[in-house]
Design a protein around this ligand. Sequence first.
Ligand SMILES: OCc1cccc(Br)n1
Length: 400
Amino acid sequence: ASPTAALATDGDSSPASSASMAQPAVVDVNPPRGTRDFPPEEMRLRSWLFDNFREVSRSMAFEEVDFPVLESEALFIRKAGEEITQQLYNFEDKGGRRVVLRPEITPSLARLVIKQGKSVSLPLKWFTIGQCWRYERMTRGRRREHYQWNMDIFGMPKVRAEAELIQAIVLLFERLGITSSDVGIRLSSRKVLQAVLDMYSVPQHLFTQVCVIVDKLGKLSREEIEKELISTGLSSEAVQGIIEVLSLKSLSKLEEVLGSGVEAVADLKKLFSLAEQYGYADWICFDASVVRGLAYYTGIVFEAFDREGELRAICGGGRYDRLLSTFGTEDVPACGFGFGDAVIVELLKEKGLLPDLPRQIDDIVFPLDEELEGPASSVASSLRKKGRSVDLVEDKRLKW
Ligand SMILES: OCc1cccc(Br)n1
Protein backbone atom coordinates (compact mmCIF):
# COMPACT_ATOMS: atom_id res chain seq x y z
CA ALA A 1 0.00 0.00 0.00
CA SER A 2 1.21 3.50 -0.63
CA PRO A 3 2.29 5.58 2.37
CA THR A 4 -0.72 7.79 1.79
CA ALA A 5 -3.05 4.78 2.08
CA ALA A 6 -1.23 3.52 5.16
CA LEU A 7 -1.47 6.94 6.81
CA ALA A 8 -5.09 7.41 5.82
CA THR A 9 -6.45 4.33 7.62
CA ASP A 10 -9.16 5.17 10.18
CA GLY A 11 -7.67 3.14 12.97
CA ASP A 12 -8.59 -0.38 11.79
CA SER A 13 -6.81 -2.47 9.17
CA SER A 14 -9.08 -1.52 6.25
CA PRO A 15 -8.10 1.53 4.18
CA ALA A 16 -10.03 4.69 4.99
CA SER A 17 -12.80 5.95 2.67
CA SER A 18 -11.69 7.36 -0.69
CA ALA A 19 -12.42 10.92 0.52
CA SER A 20 -9.65 10.81 3.13
CA MET A 21 -7.30 9.12 0.61
CA ALA A 22 -6.91 12.47 -1.13
CA GLN A 23 -5.23 13.99 1.96
CA PRO A 24 -1.51 14.76 1.57
CA ALA A 25 0.88 12.39 3.36
CA VAL A 26 1.75 13.43 6.93
CA VAL A 27 5.43 12.49 6.49
CA ASP A 28 7.68 13.62 3.61
CA VAL A 29 7.83 10.55 1.37
CA ASN A 30 11.05 11.69 -0.28
CA PRO A 31 14.38 10.25 0.94
CA PRO A 32 16.72 12.54 2.91
CA ARG A 33 18.34 15.31 0.87
CA GLY A 34 21.20 14.12 -1.33
CA THR A 35 20.13 10.47 -1.13
CA ARG A 36 18.28 8.19 -3.54
CA ASP A 37 15.57 5.54 -3.47
CA PHE A 38 15.94 2.57 -5.81
CA PRO A 39 12.46 1.50 -7.00
CA PRO A 40 12.44 -1.77 -9.02
CA GLU A 41 13.50 -0.36 -12.40
CA GLU A 42 16.37 1.67 -10.94
CA MET A 43 17.30 -1.29 -8.74
CA ARG A 44 17.52 -3.59 -11.79
CA LEU A 45 19.95 -1.13 -13.40
CA ARG A 46 22.01 -0.87 -10.20
CA SER A 47 22.10 -4.68 -9.83
CA TRP A 48 23.17 -5.01 -13.47
CA LEU A 49 26.03 -2.55 -12.90
CA PHE A 50 27.10 -4.25 -9.66
CA ASP A 51 26.96 -7.67 -11.33
CA ASN A 52 29.42 -6.32 -13.91
CA PHE A 53 31.67 -5.02 -11.09
CA ARG A 54 31.56 -8.45 -9.49
CA GLU A 55 32.19 -10.34 -12.72
CA VAL A 56 35.31 -8.28 -13.48
CA SER A 57 36.54 -8.78 -9.89
CA ARG A 58 35.95 -12.54 -10.20
CA SER A 59 37.80 -12.72 -13.51
CA MET A 60 40.83 -11.13 -11.82
CA ALA A 61 40.74 -13.50 -8.82
CA PHE A 62 39.85 -10.79 -6.30
CA GLU A 63 38.04 -11.83 -3.11
CA GLU A 64 34.95 -9.95 -1.94
CA VAL A 65 35.08 -8.30 1.50
CA ASP A 66 32.71 -5.96 3.34
CA PHE A 67 32.75 -3.46 6.20
CA PRO A 68 30.31 -1.42 8.28
CA VAL A 69 29.20 1.85 6.66
CA LEU A 70 29.65 3.26 10.19
CA GLU A 71 33.32 3.70 11.12
CA SER A 72 35.34 5.41 13.83
CA GLU A 73 35.95 9.04 12.93
CA ALA A 74 39.64 8.55 13.83
CA LEU A 75 40.12 6.50 10.65
CA PHE A 76 39.50 9.59 8.52
CA ILE A 77 41.10 12.43 10.48
CA ARG A 78 43.85 13.78 8.17
CA LYS A 79 45.44 17.21 8.15
CA ALA A 80 46.03 17.74 4.42
CA GLY A 81 42.86 19.74 3.80
CA GLU A 82 41.22 17.18 1.50
CA GLU A 83 37.64 17.88 0.47
CA ILE A 84 36.68 14.37 1.58
CA THR A 85 37.79 15.00 5.20
CA GLN A 86 36.18 18.44 5.28
CA GLN A 87 32.81 16.92 4.39
CA LEU A 88 32.74 14.07 6.90
CA TYR A 89 29.27 12.80 7.76
CA ASN A 90 30.36 12.60 11.38
CA PHE A 91 28.51 12.61 14.71
CA GLU A 92 28.69 11.41 18.29
CA ASP A 93 26.76 8.24 19.01
CA LYS A 94 24.73 7.56 22.19
CA GLY A 95 27.84 6.06 23.77
CA GLY A 96 29.76 9.28 23.22
CA ARG A 97 31.88 7.74 20.44
CA ARG A 98 32.96 9.90 17.50
CA VAL A 99 31.76 8.03 14.41
CA VAL A 100 31.24 8.68 10.69
CA LEU A 101 29.29 7.37 7.77
CA ARG A 102 32.42 6.42 5.79
CA PRO A 103 33.39 8.81 2.97
CA GLU A 104 35.61 6.20 1.28
CA ILE A 105 36.52 2.56 1.72
CA THR A 106 40.34 2.36 1.56
CA PRO A 107 40.90 3.12 5.29
CA SER A 108 38.49 0.29 6.21
CA LEU A 109 40.42 -2.07 3.93
CA ALA A 110 43.66 -1.00 5.63
CA ARG A 111 42.07 -1.47 9.06
CA LEU A 112 41.08 -5.06 8.22
CA VAL A 113 44.54 -5.84 6.81
CA ILE A 114 46.08 -4.61 10.08
CA LYS A 115 43.50 -6.53 12.14
CA GLN A 116 44.24 -9.76 10.25
CA GLY A 117 48.00 -9.11 10.52
CA LYS A 118 50.27 -12.11 9.89
CA SER A 119 47.30 -14.50 9.62
CA VAL A 120 46.96 -13.60 5.92
CA SER A 121 49.56 -14.19 3.22
CA LEU A 122 50.36 -11.41 0.75
CA PRO A 123 49.51 -10.28 -1.83
CA LEU A 124 45.89 -9.71 -0.88
CA LYS A 125 43.48 -8.91 -3.74
CA TRP A 126 40.22 -7.66 -2.29
CA PHE A 127 37.14 -5.94 -3.72
CA THR A 128 33.96 -4.52 -2.25
CA ILE A 129 30.94 -2.51 -3.33
CA GLY A 130 29.66 -0.17 -0.64
CA GLN A 131 27.81 3.03 0.05
CA CYS A 132 29.93 6.09 0.88
CA TRP A 133 28.77 9.38 2.33
CA ARG A 134 29.69 13.04 2.49
CA TYR A 135 27.97 15.88 4.29
CA GLU A 136 28.01 18.76 1.87
CA ARG A 137 26.01 21.93 2.30
CA MET A 138 23.19 21.41 -0.20
CA THR A 139 24.03 24.76 -1.80
CA ARG A 140 25.62 22.78 -4.63
CA GLY A 141 22.75 20.27 -4.69
CA ARG A 142 25.17 17.39 -5.09
CA ARG A 143 24.51 13.86 -3.90
CA ARG A 144 25.50 12.98 -0.35
CA GLU A 145 25.85 9.27 -1.02
CA HIS A 146 26.98 6.97 -3.75
CA TYR A 147 27.99 3.35 -4.09
CA GLN A 148 31.63 2.67 -4.84
CA TRP A 149 33.28 -0.41 -6.28
CA ASN A 150 36.78 -0.70 -4.79
CA MET A 151 39.52 -3.04 -5.87
CA ASP A 152 42.74 -3.06 -3.83
CA ILE A 153 45.97 -5.05 -3.83
CA PHE A 154 48.08 -5.27 -0.64
CA GLY A 155 51.66 -6.56 -0.73
CA MET A 156 52.56 -6.04 -4.39
CA PRO A 157 55.23 -3.31 -4.46
CA LYS A 158 55.86 -3.33 -8.18
CA VAL A 159 53.94 -1.54 -10.93
CA ARG A 160 52.33 -4.86 -11.91
CA ALA A 161 49.66 -4.06 -9.30
CA GLU A 162 48.69 -0.80 -10.99
CA ALA A 163 48.69 -2.56 -14.35
CA GLU A 164 46.27 -5.19 -12.95
CA LEU A 165 43.93 -2.54 -11.54
CA ILE A 166 43.87 -0.57 -14.79
CA GLN A 167 43.02 -3.74 -16.66
CA ALA A 168 40.05 -4.25 -14.31
CA ILE A 169 38.80 -0.75 -15.17
CA VAL A 170 39.22 -1.35 -18.91
CA LEU A 171 37.47 -4.74 -18.69
CA LEU A 172 34.54 -3.07 -16.93
CA PHE A 173 34.21 -0.35 -19.56
CA GLU A 174 34.38 -2.92 -22.36
CA ARG A 175 31.68 -5.04 -20.69
CA LEU A 176 29.40 -1.97 -20.66
CA GLY A 177 30.05 -1.20 -24.34
CA ILE A 178 32.27 1.82 -23.66
CA THR A 179 35.33 2.16 -25.93
CA SER A 180 38.67 3.98 -25.70
CA SER A 181 37.20 6.68 -27.96
CA ASP A 182 34.56 7.38 -25.29
CA VAL A 183 36.84 7.24 -22.25
CA GLY A 184 40.53 7.69 -21.53
CA ILE A 185 42.62 6.90 -18.45
CA ARG A 186 45.03 9.68 -17.50
CA LEU A 187 47.93 8.63 -15.34
CA SER A 188 51.03 9.98 -13.66
CA SER A 189 52.97 9.41 -10.46
CA ARG A 190 53.18 11.45 -7.28
CA LYS A 191 56.88 10.73 -7.44
CA VAL A 192 56.92 13.32 -10.25
CA LEU A 193 55.78 16.00 -7.83
CA GLN A 194 58.11 14.59 -5.16
CA ALA A 195 61.05 14.98 -7.57
CA VAL A 196 60.10 18.60 -8.33
CA LEU A 197 59.73 19.45 -4.62
CA ASP A 198 63.17 17.89 -4.05
CA MET A 199 64.60 20.07 -6.83
CA TYR A 200 63.43 23.14 -4.87
CA SER A 201 64.27 21.69 -1.44
CA VAL A 202 60.65 21.90 -0.31
CA PRO A 203 60.31 20.30 3.15
CA GLN A 204 58.72 16.82 3.06
CA HIS A 205 55.92 17.74 5.49
CA LEU A 206 54.39 19.96 2.76
CA PHE A 207 54.10 17.10 0.21
CA THR A 208 50.51 15.92 0.87
CA GLN A 209 49.22 19.48 1.26
CA VAL A 210 50.78 20.45 -2.11
CA CYS A 211 49.24 17.33 -3.73
CA VAL A 212 45.76 18.26 -2.48
CA ILE A 213 46.18 21.79 -3.85
CA VAL A 214 47.49 20.85 -7.30
CA ASP A 215 44.70 18.26 -7.61
CA LYS A 216 42.45 21.29 -8.07
CA LEU A 217 44.18 22.14 -11.37
CA GLY A 218 41.40 22.35 -13.94
CA LYS A 219 38.85 23.13 -11.21
CA LEU A 220 40.46 26.33 -9.87
CA SER A 221 42.23 28.99 -11.96
CA ARG A 222 46.03 28.88 -12.26
CA GLU A 223 46.20 32.07 -10.16
CA GLU A 224 44.16 30.52 -7.36
CA ILE A 225 46.37 27.42 -7.38
CA GLU A 226 49.52 29.57 -7.28
CA LYS A 227 48.07 31.61 -4.40
CA GLU A 228 47.26 28.48 -2.37
CA LEU A 229 50.73 27.04 -3.04
CA ILE A 230 52.43 30.28 -1.97
CA SER A 231 50.30 30.25 1.19
CA THR A 232 51.88 26.92 2.19
CA GLY A 233 55.25 28.71 2.22
CA LEU A 234 56.57 27.61 -1.20
CA SER A 235 58.80 30.08 -3.04
CA SER A 236 57.38 31.54 -6.26
CA GLU A 237 60.25 29.79 -8.08
CA ALA A 238 59.12 26.42 -6.70
CA VAL A 239 55.49 27.23 -7.58
CA GLN A 240 56.42 28.03 -11.18
CA GLY A 241 58.55 24.89 -11.38
CA ILE A 242 55.64 22.76 -10.12
CA ILE A 243 53.12 24.30 -12.55
CA GLU A 244 55.55 23.89 -15.46
CA VAL A 245 56.27 20.20 -14.80
CA LEU A 246 52.63 19.38 -14.07
CA SER A 247 51.64 20.76 -17.49
CA LEU A 248 53.74 18.11 -19.25
CA LYS A 249 51.87 15.50 -21.29
CA SER A 250 54.90 13.67 -22.67
CA LEU A 251 56.97 11.12 -20.77
CA SER A 252 60.06 11.91 -22.83
CA LYS A 253 59.72 15.62 -22.03
CA LEU A 254 59.35 14.67 -18.37
CA GLU A 255 62.58 12.66 -18.58
CA GLU A 256 64.33 15.68 -20.11
CA VAL A 257 63.22 17.85 -17.17
CA LEU A 258 63.75 15.37 -14.33
CA GLY A 259 66.71 13.53 -15.83
CA SER A 260 66.93 9.81 -16.66
CA GLY A 261 66.99 7.18 -13.92
CA VAL A 262 64.33 9.04 -11.90
CA GLU A 263 62.10 6.41 -10.23
CA ALA A 264 58.90 8.20 -11.36
CA VAL A 265 59.91 7.93 -15.03
CA ALA A 266 61.04 4.30 -14.68
CA ASP A 267 57.73 3.32 -13.04
CA LEU A 268 55.68 5.02 -15.74
CA LYS A 269 57.75 3.53 -18.57
CA LYS A 270 57.24 0.07 -17.05
CA LEU A 271 53.49 0.66 -16.78
CA PHE A 272 53.21 1.75 -20.42
CA SER A 273 55.17 -1.31 -21.50
CA LEU A 274 52.88 -3.60 -19.47
CA ALA A 275 49.86 -1.84 -20.95
CA GLU A 276 51.00 -2.93 -24.41
CA GLN A 277 51.17 -6.55 -23.19
CA TYR A 278 47.71 -6.33 -21.60
CA GLY A 279 46.33 -4.81 -24.81
CA TYR A 280 44.93 -1.61 -23.31
CA ALA A 281 47.64 0.91 -24.35
CA ASP A 282 45.08 2.88 -26.41
CA TRP A 283 43.10 3.59 -23.22
CA ILE A 284 45.89 5.30 -21.26
CA CYS A 285 47.86 8.52 -21.57
CA PHE A 286 50.48 10.25 -19.45
CA ASP A 287 49.36 13.54 -17.91
CA ALA A 288 51.64 15.03 -15.23
CA SER A 289 48.76 17.08 -13.82
CA VAL A 290 47.06 13.93 -12.45
CA VAL A 291 47.74 13.80 -8.70
CA ARG A 292 44.29 12.79 -7.32
CA GLY A 293 42.91 14.46 -4.19
CA LEU A 294 43.55 11.91 -1.45
CA ALA A 295 46.44 12.65 0.87
CA TYR A 296 47.79 9.12 1.16
CA TYR A 297 48.78 8.41 -2.46
CA THR A 298 52.54 7.92 -2.85
CA GLY A 299 53.16 6.69 -6.39
CA ILE A 300 51.30 6.07 -9.62
CA VAL A 301 47.85 7.71 -9.71
CA PHE A 302 45.23 7.35 -12.42
CA GLU A 303 41.71 8.47 -13.30
CA ALA A 304 39.27 7.60 -16.08
CA PHE A 305 37.48 10.51 -17.76
CA ASP A 306 34.98 10.92 -20.59
CA ARG A 307 36.71 12.38 -23.64
CA GLU A 308 33.69 14.57 -24.48
CA GLY A 309 31.42 16.49 -22.11
CA GLU A 310 32.71 17.89 -18.86
CA LEU A 311 35.68 15.48 -18.64
CA ARG A 312 34.23 14.16 -15.35
CA ALA A 313 36.32 11.69 -13.39
CA ILE A 314 34.49 8.36 -13.69
CA CYS A 315 36.82 6.47 -11.34
CA GLY A 316 40.28 6.95 -9.91
CA GLY A 317 42.94 5.43 -7.74
CA GLY A 318 46.62 4.99 -7.10
CA ARG A 319 49.42 3.57 -4.97
CA TYR A 320 49.42 4.24 -1.21
CA ASP A 321 52.51 2.58 0.25
CA ARG A 322 52.51 4.47 3.56
CA LEU A 323 48.88 4.44 4.70
CA LEU A 324 49.24 1.66 7.27
CA SER A 325 52.03 3.43 9.19
CA THR A 326 49.64 6.38 9.69
CA PHE A 327 47.53 3.89 11.69
CA GLY A 328 50.56 3.01 13.82
CA THR A 329 51.75 -0.22 12.26
CA GLU A 330 54.38 -1.27 9.74
CA ASP A 331 53.66 -0.38 6.14
CA VAL A 332 52.43 -2.79 3.50
CA PRO A 333 52.68 -1.55 -0.10
CA ALA A 334 49.19 -1.11 -1.54
CA CYS A 335 47.22 0.33 -4.41
CA GLY A 336 43.58 0.49 -5.35
CA PHE A 337 40.79 2.41 -7.00
CA GLY A 338 37.24 3.59 -6.32
CA PHE A 339 34.55 3.52 -9.04
CA GLY A 340 31.28 5.32 -8.25
CA ASP A 341 27.83 4.19 -9.42
CA ALA A 342 26.50 7.59 -10.55
CA VAL A 343 28.83 9.19 -13.13
CA ILE A 344 29.08 5.93 -15.08
CA VAL A 345 25.28 5.74 -15.39
CA GLU A 346 25.14 9.36 -16.63
CA LEU A 347 27.76 8.41 -19.25
CA LEU A 348 25.86 5.29 -20.33
CA LYS A 349 22.70 7.39 -20.73
CA GLU A 350 24.58 9.95 -22.87
CA LYS A 351 26.05 7.18 -25.03
CA GLY A 352 22.73 5.36 -25.43
CA LEU A 353 24.25 2.32 -23.73
CA LEU A 354 21.69 1.78 -20.96
CA PRO A 355 20.58 -1.87 -21.13
CA ASP A 356 16.95 -2.93 -21.49
CA LEU A 357 16.22 -4.73 -18.19
CA PRO A 358 12.62 -5.96 -18.15
CA ARG A 359 11.20 -7.63 -15.04
CA GLN A 360 12.11 -11.35 -15.22
CA ILE A 361 9.17 -13.71 -14.51
CA ASP A 362 9.02 -17.24 -15.96
CA ASP A 363 5.42 -18.17 -15.11
CA ILE A 364 2.15 -16.59 -13.98
CA VAL A 365 -0.25 -18.85 -12.06
CA PHE A 366 -3.79 -17.52 -11.89
CA PRO A 367 -6.63 -19.32 -10.02
CA LEU A 368 -9.72 -18.86 -12.18
CA ASP A 369 -11.97 -19.08 -9.13
CA GLU A 370 -11.75 -19.54 -5.34
CA GLU A 371 -11.86 -23.37 -5.53
CA LEU A 372 -8.65 -23.28 -7.56
CA GLU A 373 -6.68 -21.16 -5.09
CA GLY A 374 -5.33 -24.27 -3.35
CA PRO A 375 -4.25 -26.11 -6.51
CA ALA A 376 -2.76 -22.85 -7.86
CA SER A 377 -0.55 -22.62 -4.77
CA SER A 378 0.74 -26.17 -5.24
CA VAL A 379 1.41 -25.56 -8.95
CA ALA A 380 3.31 -22.35 -8.09
CA SER A 381 5.23 -24.16 -5.35
CA SER A 382 6.37 -27.03 -7.57
CA LEU A 383 7.47 -24.61 -10.33
CA ARG A 384 9.41 -22.52 -7.79
CA LYS A 385 11.13 -25.64 -6.48
CA LYS A 386 12.34 -26.20 -10.02
CA GLY A 387 13.93 -22.77 -9.87
CA ARG A 388 11.40 -20.87 -11.93
CA SER A 389 10.26 -17.36 -11.08
CA VAL A 390 6.50 -17.64 -10.54
CA ASP A 391 4.00 -14.83 -9.96
CA LEU A 392 0.94 -16.29 -8.21
CA VAL A 393 -1.66 -13.60 -8.86
CA GLU A 394 -4.85 -12.80 -6.92
CA ASP A 395 -8.10 -12.77 -8.89
CA LYS A 396 -8.76 -9.17 -7.77
CA ARG A 397 -6.21 -6.34 -7.72
CA LEU A 398 -6.37 -3.87 -4.80
CA LYS A 399 -7.94 -0.72 -6.29
CA TRP A 400 -6.56 2.55 -4.79
O1 LIG B 1 33.76 10.72 -4.34
C1 LIG B 1 33.45 11.63 -3.36
C2 LIG B 1 32.24 11.17 -2.61
C3 LIG B 1 32.37 10.57 -1.36
C4 LIG B 1 31.22 10.19 -0.69
C5 LIG B 1 30.00 10.41 -1.26
C6 LIG B 1 29.95 10.99 -2.51
BR1 LIG B 1 28.30 11.31 -3.33
N1 LIG B 1 31.05 11.38 -3.19
